[in-house]
Design a protein around this ligand. Structure first.
Ligand code: RB5
Length: 142
């Protein structure tokens, strides 16, 4: 189950990603925002991050204009590893190495086509499970 959320800057890209998730047959919940009216990215970054940290959702996708504010917010929630990705290499590596549980995107940075490829890469790449990566992830929280 995927939790997805954005601020107004990410709203349009969120709608594209939702359509893509539906085409993929993914289960998801949209935590808002639900229009392009100006709002505060922490509200939606926190909602998605808390949903993932609770264990009810396995993966999150968060979007703001740059992806920066909303990823900073999500990473304040214990247990969250939110990765801001602007390319597919990073999306693959952060799943393999960091077991990232939230993908952050900047809607004013990446085009829709690239964003959807990044989403696919993130969702389709499993954590490597390597001992060295487990050790490093444990050190993030300690
Ligand atoms: C909103 O204008 C913008 O500041 C926000 O979407 C994001 O880029 C913040 O990091």
């Amino acid at each position: 189950m995927i939790a997805i959320g954005s601020d107004h800057g990410g709203f349009s890209l969120k709608q594209e990603i939702i359509g893509h998730l539906e085409e993929r047959g993914e289960s998801f919940r949209d935590f808002g925002t639900y229009s392009e009216e100006s709002c505060d990215y922490p509200d939606f970054g926190k909602a998605v991050a808390r949903a993932v940290a609770s264990g009810e959702y396995q993966t999150g996708i968060i979007i703001c204009g740059t992806g920066i504010g909303i990823s900073i917010t999500a990473n304040k929630v214990p247990g969250i590893r939110a990765a801001l990705c602007g390319d597919c290499f990073s999306a693959e590596a952060t799943r393999l190495h960091n077991d990232a549980n939230i993908l952050a995107l900047g809607a004013r940075v990446v085009g829709t086509g690239l964003a959807l490829k990044i989403v696919d890469t993130f969702l389709d790449t499993p954590f490597s499970g390597d001992e060295r990566h487990r050790r490093r992830i444990e050190k993030i929280e300690s």
